[in-house]
Design a protein around this ligand. Structure first.
Ligand SMILES: [Zn+2]
Ligand SMILES: [Zn+2]
Length: 98
């Protein structure tokens, strides 16, 4: 096991992590649900499967840019969250079709 693959969530303890755009990560309780999009980045080597999740406005930026580049990544400014926190974010929002 490699602990660098995990984060210590203040709610859930030592957990696998995912990358979530700043807009979803910073949502407050009571905010309107938004569409979200999810993709899995399979690590080149082996074990690291990190899920990436981003919101509709990030997706618009992604489409505008055509790919994840400096501009679209700066817009998304992904945050690391644990997979349980990610599930909470997903439950609160609406899954969009890629
Ligand atoms: Zn976003
Ligand atoms: Zn958590």
């Amino acid at each position: 096991m490699n602990n660098s693959e995990k984060i210590n969530c203040h709610l859930h303890g030592l957990m696998e992590y995912a990358l979530v755009c700043q807009h979803l990560a910073n949502q407050q309780q009571g905010d309107q649900p938004v569409e979200y999009f999810a993709a899995e980045n399979i690590g080149a080597e082996d074990e690291s499967e990190v899920e990436n999740v981003w919101c509709k406005s990030c997706d618009d930026k992604l489409i505008e840019q055509g790919e994840w580049n400096d501009i679209s990544e700066a817009f998304a400014a992904p945050k690391i969250v644990c997979t349980a926190c990610l599930q909470t974010i997903k439950n609160r929002n609406l899954k969009g079709e890629l």
